[in-house]
Design a protein around this ligand. Structure first.
Ligand code: THG
Length: 263
């Protein structure tokens, strides 16, 4: 599993403050730190309080690219903000994200084809997030069909079953995991998979333990990527171990260091 570093998000006070004051220090520190810690992409999200997501997204992309080489994941529900980011990305990013809804899929898959970007497709639609895995998988298949019709290859589509906090949506946990397993077995070639890992522990105690437990369970089900905390060493170590157990990396005595050095 590869990590999409979650930290450049206006939901965090230091990033919200950077956006407000125009001081890039905190953004650039987190960009370098996440990259050093093994993040393969950097998530870029203006946060819920942004009153100008188009210019805030552009600014975050610009200042991040000044210090980091990793590709970005443009995280917004505002597709004008996504497009503004796409125009200035130095390498193809991920578009994070689109639900299984028209005309949103049309706008996003058209942009993805034009900019050769990846797309995170959410297992939800106008009716919200379904409870059971079968309905989530059906939405995933709609996303696969839509991607295909715009020429976006399955390796560039990342299905997100949507993870809810385990203290309020406990019954969603097994459904999200089963969705990952089925998406990987029902489609050939299969799309990739992703989750917002820290969602699982929002508002709980022992957050890191819950996050890394879900991560290794997800990897066993076929989880390829996650928006997650690259600064959490024990999480990164658990991911490195799970990749060995799943035979995704070759065992060596220093496999944790090797994983962290790779990106
Ligand atoms: N799927 C996809 N993208 C996503 C999500 C998802 N992007 C956003 C989010 N969910 C993933 N990123 C985070 C980032 C932070 C937290 C959770 C998910 C988090 N933040 C602390 C909290 O809410 O308690 C904030 C703490 C603070 O304010 O300092 O947990 O599901 N595709």
């Amino acid at each position: 599993m590869l990590v999409i570093g979650e930290r450049i998000n206006g939901m965090f006070k230091d990033i919200a403050n950077a956006i407000k004051t125009g001081d890039p220090t905190a953004v650039q520190e987190w960009a370098k730190r996440q990259e050093d810690n093994g993040a393969a992409w950097l998530d870029i999200n203006c946060g819920p309080a942004s009153d100008d997501p188009v210019s805030h997204m552009k600014w975050l992309v610009e200042v991040t690219q000044e210090v980091a080489k990793a590709p970005l994941a443009l995280d917004s529900t505002n597709y004008d903000a996504i497009e503004a980011g796409l125009e200035i990305c130095k390498q193809p990013p991920l578009i994070n994200s689109v639900p299984a809804e028209w005309p949103k899929m049309e706008r996003v898959f058209e942009m993805a084809a034009k900019y050769e970007a990846g797309v995170v497709g959410l297992a939800m639609n106008e009716q919200g997030i379904p409870k059971d895995a079968e309905s989530r998988v059906a939405l995933a298949m709609e996303l696969c069909a839509a991607a295909d019709s715009y020429g976006v290859p399955m390796e560039d589509l990342y299905i997100d079953p949507l993870v809810l906090p385990c203290n309020v949506g406990q019954d969603h946990g097994p459904e999200a995991l089963e969705t990952i397993r089925q998406v990987k077995t029902l489609a050939d070639p299969p799309p990739r998979t992703t989750v917002g890992l820290s969602n699982i522990s929002q508002g709980t105690k022992n957050r890191e333990l819950i996050n890394r437990t879900f991560a290794v369970m997800g990897i066993a089900m076929g989880l390829d990527t996650a928006v997650a905390d690259a600064d959490d060493d024990e999480l990164m170590e658990a991911i490195a171990c799970a990749r060995i157990i799943m035979n995704l990396d070759i065992y060596c005595d220093s496999f944790v260091e090797v994983y962290k050095d790779r990106w």
